[in-house]
Design a protein. Structure first.
Ligand SMILES: *[C@@H]1O[C@H](CO)[C@@H](O)[C@H](O)[C@H]1NC(C)=O
Length: 354
């Protein structure tokens, strides 16, 4: 046989093993509830995992794969936009821009941030080339040039968070590479039921710490040296207030890595500083910080670039009232009310703000 004929036959055999791609493309509205799976066969740490939703401030949902967030089974696509009906939130792109690799966060919100627009497309499943799957190809986000893709990068506790990688970009964050992924529509019953390490409904391990002593909401004056109203005094519980510490997008220029206290996070609609201190303390951490009214973050260290200021003005950024105690403040929008555990038997004094 002529060598070219062999090549031709081999090619024909390959084609016949492939899946069937319907002639009519899928509609850009998918009403049947689905889950989203990510694929990148060359990256086993993310391949075939499912997108989870993690409740954040203001009813927003952060998007993760891995052991963080709640599995969801009822996503829909409306005119190319990913919706999660129960909370009326949509996938958008914006915030937490990285100067290192020029990626931007993708998350879900009910607010008017620019929506991510996808085009459902038939393709063959790389794991099983005979199977046809529907992929959500990223098209654009509102008011932005078309192109780019969705990627996931390491966040905390073995999870990965979703981000947008702009067209024409070639930057790679060598410390935290954003891995390009294919988003695949899966029926709502498929996939594992991986849940949060710390589900948002979990109560703190203990509430043994005494309740906070300062609940004044009086605004500080320029002459006050230690305004009691702008932070909860936790010294009687063995934690000293350090200040209002910036998260990633509040540091100018933005530094690396992302979270100021990245080790453990817990969210609760009845958050107080006392609950957060108890939670981090019981989990064995030295630093505890509350953020966005309902989040509690813990770690044993933080980067020098996140050291809060000691001016009265700097405290104004931590002005979100705790979801479980409106008389005290639990951080702000990407700002942490940062506390440190006092040494046993040692002094326990808040920083002084002037
Ligand atoms: C997997 O991720 C790498 C790194 O982002 C990327 O270069 C590659 O194109 C991705 N593969 C697929 C099939 O998406």
């Amino acid at each position: 046989m002529h060598p070219k004929a062999v090549l031709f036959l081999a090619g024909a055999a390959l084609v016949s093993a492939q899946c069937t791609i319907p002639e009519t493309p899928p509609s850009d509205t998918i009403s049947a509830p689905f889950r989203l799976q990510v694929q990148n066969a060359s990256r086993p740490e993310v391949h075939d995992k499912y997108m989870n939703l993690f409740l954040a401030g203001g009813g927003d949902r952060h998007l993760f794969i891995g052991p963080v967030g709640d599995p969801t089974f009822d996503l829909t696509l409306v005119d190319g936009v990913i919706n999660w009906g129960p909370a009326g939130v949509r996938a958008v792109i914006g915030g937490e821009f990285s100067e290192v690799d020029h990626t931007t966060k993708m998350f879900m919100t009910g607010r008017g941030d620019p929506r991510a627009i996808f085009e459902p497309t038939y393709a063959c499943n790389p794991d099983d080339p005979t199977e046809t799957q529907v992929e959500l190809r990223f098209v654009t986000w509102q008011n932005q040039p078309a192109g780019g893709w969705i990627c996931v990068r390491h966040a905390f506790d073995g999870s990965h968070e979703f981000r947008y990688y702009p067209p024409g970009n070639e930057l790679i964050d060598v410390n935290r590479e954003c891995i390009k992924v294919t988003l695949v529509v899966r029926p709502s019953g498929s996939g594992p039921f991986t849940s949060t390490v710390i589900p948002s409904s979990t109560p703190p391990a203990s509430t043994s710490l005494s309740s906070i002593s300062t609940t004044s909401t009086t605004a500080p004056t320029a002459t006050s040296t230690n305004p009691p109203g702008l932070f909860a005094d936790m010294t009687s519980s063995g934690f000293r207030f350090i200040g209002c510490a910036p998260e990633e997008r509040r540091v100018v220029p933005p530094d690396f890595p992302g979270r100021t206290l990245p080790s453990v996070v817990w969210g609760d609609d009845a958050m107080t500083n006392a609950k957060c201190m108890a939670f981090c303390s019981n989990a064995g951490y030295t630093y505890a910080g509350t953020e966005w009214s309902r989040e509690c973050w813990c770690a044993n260290s933080y980067a020098a670039t996140r050291q809060p200021a000691t001016t009265v003005a700097s405290l104004a950024n931590c002005n979100f009232r705790c979801s479980g105690a409106t008389g005290e403040f639990c951080g702000g929008d990407a700002w942490l009310s940062l506390y440190e555990k006092c040494p046993v038997g040692g002094p326990c004094e808040n920083n002084v703000f002037s």
